[in-house]
Write a protein that binds this ligand. Sequence first.
Ligand code: FEO
Length: 171
Amino acid sequence: MIDKEIEEAINRQINEEMYSSYLYLSMSAYFESLGLKGFANWMYVQYQEEKDHAMKFYRYLIERGGRVKLYAIKEPPHEWNSPLHAFEETLKHERHITKCINDLVDLVEKKKDRATFNLLQWYVDEQVEEEANDEEIIQKLKMIGDNPQGLLMLDRELAARTYTPLADEGE
Ligand code: FEO
């Protein structure tokens, strides 16, 4: 049976991951409205991955005999000033998620819950990758500036991102 405080913290994190998926779906719709199909695809894949992050916690909690509680998902923004602004907000959000995961690690260390500690290592690694991906795209967008040609080239690059369900990665 999982510790009640850890159970509640994981339920809160499920909500954070579901909000992340909602935020990126909203960004995908924003990019669709700009006709940037590649950016929209990249954000749509991110939306799918975030749902997997939530479900990984969901399944884990059930496996440990915990009780899943789904909380209200807050409304994400609908508009951003530019593609660069959207990605800067994405990075800001991911830094917040990294802090949430680190706080969870601190809690399970304090409670000596080794199984949850092991689970969280996957999320720690994932956050490093997510922040690095966002930083790379931000750097490219800054180099592109107001050059529409460059933006279309990046749009083509982001169109190539594909979704791999976690289950297919042997999770
Ligand atoms: Fe699931 Fe992007 O953090």
